[in-house]
Design a protein around this ligand. Structure first.
Ligand code: SF4
Length: 241
């Protein structure tokens, strides 16, 4: 992405949409997700040149009390990861699947402001570390701060403002939108889902991923963006012209 102004952003969106469309058609949704992660890292690095450093680091999970949304490919990758790692983690006394079920039970249906005020840690933070870090959703990747102390103060309710990294936010927004547009073009459910609820649905319905690949929306009950979808769909159609 050469710049972050309107033309550069539009061109980047179109390029990424085309690239995701090709990957989805030839290699599937997991490959498209890996592509999104790689593109995120590369383009954030370019866009962050000359910017103050980001202070996010292992051991800091101050912002991991916010609601997380994820796309269906992210949910299914994480559900597979949880299933695959459960036996080994349980030998260390860690039950991530139980933790996500508890988090869902405690947060489902809560208004965003209520949820923020509750300051409940994400189910995947263990000893201050995100155990999903390498597979974390784009929403988490796009949330980066220039001031670690401000994050801690915000988490404690002492301040409202945190200097978040603009490049992380912008690249996440464009990549996530491009992936959504490509999914929609392929007839797949392309919305954003509340992570805990969506994971519980994916874990409890063995055929969920296969159904999604056939064009169903097995995560629909966890939809987090219904009020936005019509406008987003219109924008995706306009950007195809
Ligand atoms: S998935 Fe990881 S990075 Fe995202 S909110 Fe949870 S602990 Fe934080």
């Amino acid at each position: 992405m050469s710049d972050t102004t309107g033309h550069g952003a539009d061109a980047f969106f179109r390029e990424q949409r085309a690239a995701f469309t090709h990957t989805l058609a030839t290699q599937g949704s997991e490959a498209a997700l890996l592509q999104a992660w790689d593109s995120f890292d590369g383009n954030v690095a370019i866009q962050s040149e000359g910017q103050p450093p980001v202070e996010c680091a292992k051991g800091c999970a101050s912002c991991c009390t916010l609601r997380v949304t994820a796309l269906a490919p992210e949910v299914f990758v994480l559900a597979d990861y949880l299933r695959a790692t459960a036996p080994a983690l349980q030998r260390h006394g860690i039950d991530l699947i139980g933790a996500v079920r508890a988090a869902d039970a405690a947060t489902r249906g809560l208004h965003e402001a209520t949820r923020v005020a509750a300051r409940r840690r994400c189910a995947f933070v263990v000893q201050g570390v995100c155990l999903l870090h390498r597979a974390r959703p784009l929403a988490c990747r796009g949330h980066a701060s220039h001031d670690r102390r401000a994050c801690a103060d915000a988490a404690a309710g002492r301040v409202d403002e945190v200097p978040f990294s603009g490049p992380h936010r912008l690249v996440r927004l464009l990549l996530q939108s491009a992936l959504q547009a490509a999914l929609r073009d392929q007839g797949k459910a392309w919305g954003a889902y509340e992570l805990n609820h969506a994971l519980v649905l994916a874990l409890d319905r063995p055929g969920a991923q296969a159904g999604w690949k056939q064009g169903e929306d097995p995560l629909a009950d966890a939809a987090a963006d219904l009020e936005l979808r019509a406008a987003m769909a219109a924008g995706f159609d306009e950007m195809r012209l």
